[in-house]
Design a protein around this ligand. Structure first.
Ligand code: 5GP
Length: 118
């Protein structure tokens, strides 16, 4: 996990344009794009441009950015017409199933989702 926190991630390459992504929203602080391996008819990721590796590394000084990301999730959900609802998920660390160590919020919708997840 220490190594993961120190290495650049695939999201850096999406942010610098060297890997293509289907970007649905962007602003000076963040980017939203379609997940390459969608787990629902609509599956998007919202990421900050500035890398925070994971939620547990977020600081008090990140408060405004974290709030902004959440409001962008809402905006993207509206843009994607998720009028019947959706799910918002942050996977944190190994037990949380985090595979990319650049904080990201999953937005899933377009079908009835099961709870609890596996
Ligand atoms: P995590 O498992 O860390 O919460 O989520 C990482 C997500 O990033 C996964 O859902 C995975 O499908 C997605 N992902 C990994 N590599 C790429 C990529 O190159 N492009 C896009 N669009 N999504 C990716």
């Amino acid at each position: 996990i220490i190594e993961a926190k120190n290495s650049p991630t695939i999201f850096d390459r999406i942010l610098d344009g060297s890997i293509k992504a289907d970007i649905v929203y962007e602003d000076p602080e963040c980017l939203a794009f379609r997940d390459v391996d969608p787990q629902a008819p609509k599956h998007l990721l919202v990421i900050p441009r500035r890398r925070i590796t994971m939620l547990e590394d977020a600081q008090n000084t990140d408060q405004e950015l974290l709030g902004h990301l959440m409001l962008v999730v809402k905006k993207v959900a509206e843009q994607e017409d998720l009028t019947d609802g959706y799910r918002v998920v942050i996977n944190n660390g190994p037990d949380g199933g985090q595979s990319v160590y650049h904080l990201h919020i999953h937005l899933l919708g377009g079908r009835q989702l099961n709870w609890p997840p596996g």
